[in-house]
Design a protein around this ligand. Structure first.
Ligand code: SAH
Length: 342
């Protein structure tokens, strides 16, 4: 797919087809604006015919608007895979929450994305399509992009699709393209330790977010199978390395599950675990997933937990829940295979 390519690669692709360089520029600009092939008016018919199988293509099979202005779209790629993408409106701009895989194989007990396992990885261009889709809806031009931030927090485990995700990060931060600074991109992972080191070594200075959700390995193993592969201690060591290499403070996500990980004692253990680290804890009262029997902590209790952590010297906030009425909140995205899971 041509959207997997950077500008220089598009130029050589177009030149190989026997067309002049300015056609590459037109093609690249059209893709950056999120145009469909049919919407491009300045490219010759024969050229469009030659590139049609490689041009990014998807169908919007659902588009929901939440009362809090969050939007969620389901995009269907030519092989029939459907991914969900969320647009979140903040004071400072718009954030797109992208999916990195169709489904997920991490198996976290509280998350909807993993219910049918992993179907396939998304390519760099397919991840980028999701950002370009909303950028276009918001009326972006080449001079003015509308999307300011990206979070890799949709369906899938980004570090389980490292090659394509790292390519996507390069494409989206490229000055020729959307030019979104890595500082405005957050990558969330359940903690695939070797890939955290690789991310640091490859020089990506995105904001690293760890889905921690438990203060001990024993408890973590109950809800997150990945805890059997990597100990919390190993994750924290990798985070220290990431901080040393990038200077970026690491974020920890902690979905509060009533009676499971939200007792005073557990919060104290969490504070001791993170003491002295340059980090921040995002508390998220668990969002409901109908197939899962877990209940979220109340928001009131979440604020008490945040206060306790702050008192113990750990920076913490309660994340605003957005888009819950359209199942667009954390952990509610899923792959919908032609309606099978709806
Ligand atoms: N696989 C990556 C990216 C998913 S990001 C990761 O694990 O980080 C989605 C975030 O929402 C993760 O922190 C995930 O643990 C969290 N999450 C999953 N299910 C949730 C739920 N039901 N309520 C709140 N947060 C949830």
């Amino acid at each position: 797919m041509i959207l997997d390519l950077n500008y220089e690669e598009v130029v050589s692709y177009v030149e190989k087809l026997g067309y002049p360089k300015f056609r590459a520029k037109q093609l690249y600009e059209a893709m950056t604006l999120g145009k469909s092939l049919e919407e491009i008016s300045n490219l010759p018919k024969d050229f469009k015919e030659k590139i049609k199988d490689e041009y990014p293509r998807y169908e919007v099979v659902a588009h929901l608007h939440s009362k809090d202005e969050t939007q969620k779209a389901a995009l269907k790629f030519p092989d029939g895979s459907i991914v969900e993408t969320v647009l979140l409106k903040y004071k400072y701009g718009y954030t797109v929450c992208v999916s990195t895989q169709v489904g997920c194989r991490m198996g976290c007990k509280f998350c909807a994305s993993t219910l049918s396992g992993l179907i396939r990885n998304l390519s760099a261009g397919e991840i980028l399509s999701q950002v370009l889709f909303y950028n276009k809806i918001l009326g972006a031009t080449l001079k003015e992009r509308k999307i300011t931030n990206i979070v890799l927090m949709g369906c899938g485990e980004p570090l389980d699709n490292y090659e394509n995700v790292s390519k996507f990060l390069k494409l989206v931060s490229n000055p020729d393209g959307l030019n979104i600074s890595p500082r405005n991109i957050s990558l969330s992972t359940c903690g695939i330790v070797p890939k955290i080191y690789q991310l640091a070594d490859d020089g990506f200075s995105v904001t690293l977010t760890i889905s921690l959700h438990a203060p001990t390995d024993e408890l973590r193993k109950k809800t997150m199978p990945i805890a059997n592969a990597y100990k919390i201690e190993e994750i924290l060591k990798a985070c220290d390395y990431y901080f040393e290499k990038t200077g970026r403070r690491v974020y920890f996500e902690y979905a509060l599950i009533s009676g499971v990980n939200d007792t005073d004692e557990q919060i104290l253990t969490l504070a001791n675990l993170l003491k002295g680290k340059m980090c921040h804890v995002n508390l998220i009262p668990l969002n409901s997933v109908k197939e899962r029997n877990l209940i979220g902590t109340t928001r009131k209790r979440a604020y008490v937990v945040a206060g306790k952590l702050e008192k113990l010297g750990i920076s913490a906030t309660v994340r605003r829940t957005m888009g819950e009425d359209i199942e667009g909140a954390c952990g509610q995205l899923r792959n919908r295979l032609g309606g099978q899971n709806e």
